[in-house]
Design a protein. Structure first.
Length: 131
């Protein structure tokens, strides 16, 4: 009886951890996607006006800070190749902004958003992801 109770407790702890990890990943990726989409709209297809340029820099800083804050936690339970894709895209954003390559920045923001969406999809408990 004691072994059965311990097994049930361990199973419940495992399910709690997995659910918390999934909810955290979904929350972080959705929040970052929202900010990324705001930045995409500010680039105006690679040609932002002077008013949007300053706000765009602030959004890029927000994306970087957010990712730096949550990446260490997410990396404890998520696949590293998915995280590397997001990290490499986020790291390229600020240098592109600073050099004034807004066309490439526009594409990299889309790449970041796609990587976040892919991260979200790979973490969902589907039959394909489990097998």
């Amino acid at each position: 009886m004691k072994r059965e109770a311990i097994t049930v407790i361990l199973f419940l702890l495992l399910m709690t951890f997995c659910t918390a990890a999934l909810l955290n990943t979904l929350s972080v990726s959705r929040r970052m996607s929202r900010v990324t989409n705001e930045a995409i709209s500010m680039t105006d297809g690679g040609k932002p006006d002077s008013e949007n340029t300053e706000r765009l820099g602030a959004k890029l800083d927000e994306i970087s800070r957010h990712w730096e804050r949550y990446e260490p936690l997410i990396s404890t339970y998520s696949r590293h190749d998915e995280l590397e894709r997001v990290s490499s895209a986020v790291k390229r954003l600020r240098p592109l902004y600073d050099s004034g390559k807004f066309g490439e920045l526009f594409l990299t923001l889309h790449e970041t958003d796609d990587a976040l969406e892919h991260l979200r999809k790979t973490e969902l408990p589907t039959v394909a992801n489990i097998l």
